[in-house]
Design a protein around this ligand. Structure first.
Ligand code: PLP
Length: 467
């Protein structure tokens, strides 16, 4: 199994190389050269497997023999034993044709744990065998930072530094980062905004000397291994609902297009998926694209579903690559003109091809609150704002009542208690194992918005095991 870049001008790489590289050198994203195939008989045989067994079966072909299967099985097992539900991704019926796939039972209560818990372990495994270390650095305004910290904590080959804007993340989100007591984890509260944090991050990666000296890396959402880990739960849900003898549809609250792209990948691998519904908040570049065939960038607007406050959904490039018949040169040209003009028109045929599988639906904050309230009234289920957008989009876009609609629940309601309370009058409690989150000691270092100060801090702290 080899991986090729969507822009056609970077070398093909093996799994472990793609894992560490993240972005391709030509600015593209890596995708598998061919999709592993699962026949109806293969899929039928999945119905008795537990999540870990299924995950190993689905992901092994992507490794291309670069990690021994027994070692990989151990990493997968470790990644998912920390989940707070024996099924890892339980399926719950919401109404006569809608199911909720709960992906928020990991340590930080968002679906990002499903991929990152495995990614942290894969990173550490590959680095150890190479005798290398990396410094992972991230900037966060929400879910990604805590999920990355939980994924990398206590890993011997990794130091992780996460920047967040001082006083500008919610208390739950901050505490999920700052209360992690591990010698390789460093929280930096920047006296500035989230944009300042991102600018610092960019400047660090552009400082070649610093980048090399620290062996800087990022675990962002374009990493192929994150997509790979997310493919598994599409198979798990479909198998539980009687696939391959009936097809299924999925509704996915979408930001960077990583989650829903994993559904597309599952379909390419043989899973009978009829329809993929993209739910968006007011940052609706994708739903506008599906409505018009054109992608245009607009300023980011803050919403009640902050993890979807994104205007350029980087993983869309992987879908475009297939729509452009895997012509990397043609796509590179289109992407360059998109950067220049802020506008990409894909043409009628490609738009139609996308529309055959995808539907899109947008909810603003008022619609989102209403969706939370309605689901609560009809089923007693409390949904977080992101999940509510997926459920409502699925309802709005049903094509075929005989096909079950699986809505992906991407965050635990207690992660966004203010919105849930505003919609229903009920403040969802944290799960028992996080009961003491508000009494745990916090560890964060407040630094000025100054690249040199932050770099000096990082140089000084790494390798020292908590000194
Ligand atoms: C990250 C995130 C999303 C968006 O997922 P993408 O893969 O970026 O489309 C949706 N909901 C929650 C809760 C998230 O944390």
């Amino acid at each position: 199994m080899r991986y090729i870049s969507t822009r056609g001008a970077a070398p093909a790489l093996a799994f472990d190389e793609v894992l560490l590289a993240g972005l391709a050198r030509d600015g593209g994203l890596y995708v598998p050269e061919i999709w592993p195939q699962f026949s109806d008989a293969d899929i039928r045989a999945m119905s008795g497997l537990d999540y870990v067994e299924l995950a190993v079966r689905i992901m092994t072909p992507f490794l291309g023999g670069r990690i021994p299967e027994a070692d990989f099985a151990e990493l997968v097992e470790e990644a998912y034993t920390g989940f707070n539900h024996a099924a890892v991704a339980p399926l719950k019926q919401l109404d006569s044709r809608t199911w909720l796939l709960e992906l928020f039972h990991g340590p930080t209560l968002s679906f990002k744990d499903v991929a990152l818990q495995l990614l942290g372990r894969l990173y550490d495994y590959v680095l150890r065998r190479r005798g290398e270390r990396v410094t992972i650095v991230g900037a966060t305004s929400g879910d990604t930072g805590s999920a990355a910290i939980e994924a990398c904590r206590d890993r011997d080959s990794i130091d992780i530094f996460v920047l967040h804007p001082l006083g500008r993340v919610s208390e739950v989100q901050r505490r999920q980062m700052t209360t992690v007591d591990a010698p390789n984890v460093w929280n930096i509260a920047i006296e500035g905004t989230f944009d300042d944090c991102q600018d610092l991050l960019k400047a660090m990666f552009n400082d070649i000397q610093f980048r090399d000296e620290m062996n800087l890396s990022a675990v962002n959402s374009i990493n192929w291994a994150r997509v790979m880990a997310q493919i598994v739960y599409y198979f798990a849900a479909a198998a539980a609902l009687g696939t391959p003898d009936r097809s299924v549809a999925f509704a996915v609250p979408t930001g960077n297009f990583g989650n829903v792209y994993a559904g597309y990948a599952a379909r390419e691998m043989g899973l009978p998926i009829d329809q993929l519904v993209i739910g968006s908040n007011s940052n609706d570049v994708l739903t506008r694209f599906l409505a018009t065939g054109q992608m245009t960038i607009e300023p980011v607007r803050p919403t009640l579903s902050p993890s979807m406050d994104i205007q350029v959904s980087s993983n869309v490039e992987r879908l475009l690559f297939d729509l452009y018949e895997r012509d990397g040169m043609a796509l590179a040209k289109a992407m360059a003109s998109f950067r220049r003009n802020g506008r990409l028109a894909v043409g009628d045929d490609r738009w139609r091809a996308a529309r055959a599988l995808f539907d899109g639906f947008r909810l603003d904050d008022a619609d989102t609150l209403q969706a939370i309230a309605e689901v609560y009234r009809h089923s007693g289920e409390l949904l977080d704002p992101h999940t509510a957008i997926g459920v409502a989009a699925g309802h709005a876009c049903y094509r075929n009542g005989a096909v079950p609609m699986v809505a992906l629940a991407t965050a635990h309601p207690a992660k966004f208690p203010d919105a849930v309370e505003q919609a229903t009058g009920i403040r969802p409690p944290l799960p028992p194992r996080l009961n003491d989150l508000f009494s745990r000691a916090e560890r964060a270092n407040i630094l000025p918005n100054d690249l040199r100060v932050v770099q000096a801090f990082m140089r000084d702290r790494r390798f020292k095991g908590g000194a």
